[in-house]
Design a protein. Structure first.
Length: 118
């Protein structure tokens, strides 16, 4: 085959391919809003579970690295980035805190309703 014939075949093949690429796609089927909302919630729950799992294993890696650094005698203090959320701290109700303090034999902290003695 001559050089010109090969170029013509390649050009025609490319033109046919480009024509099929730019062909109009059929419209998307209508989406049920309830199913879409359910899928959105499932995706959000999966993302949250994935983030918690990643945080768990990142903490495990930092603990392992810190233990190795201490064993080698190196000082290591893990640094949290600005966008890293801290783990949630369980909230203790003020009444439960005063009961726990009384059980431990300590004086409960003064509240705003109780004036300080002079």
């Amino acid at each position: 085959m001559s050089r010109i014939a090969r170029q013509a075949v390649v050009t025609l093949t490319a033109a046919l391919f480009c024509g099929s690429v730019f062909a109009k796609l059929p419209p998307a089927p209508p989406v049920d809003p309830a199913k879409a909302e359910e899928a959105k919630q499932k995706a959000a729950e999966a993302a949250k579970a994935g983030a918690l799992l990643q945080a768990k294993y990142e903490d495990k890696a930092v603990t392992n690295y810190t233990a190795k650094a201490k064993a080698e005698g190196k000082a290591f203090k893990p640094q949290m980035g600005p966008g890293v959320p801290t783990p949630p701290v369980p909230a203790v109700a003020p009444a439960a805190a005063s009961v726990a303090a009384a059980a431990a034999g300590a004086k409960p902290a003064a509240t705003a309703a109780t004036p300080a003695k002079k």
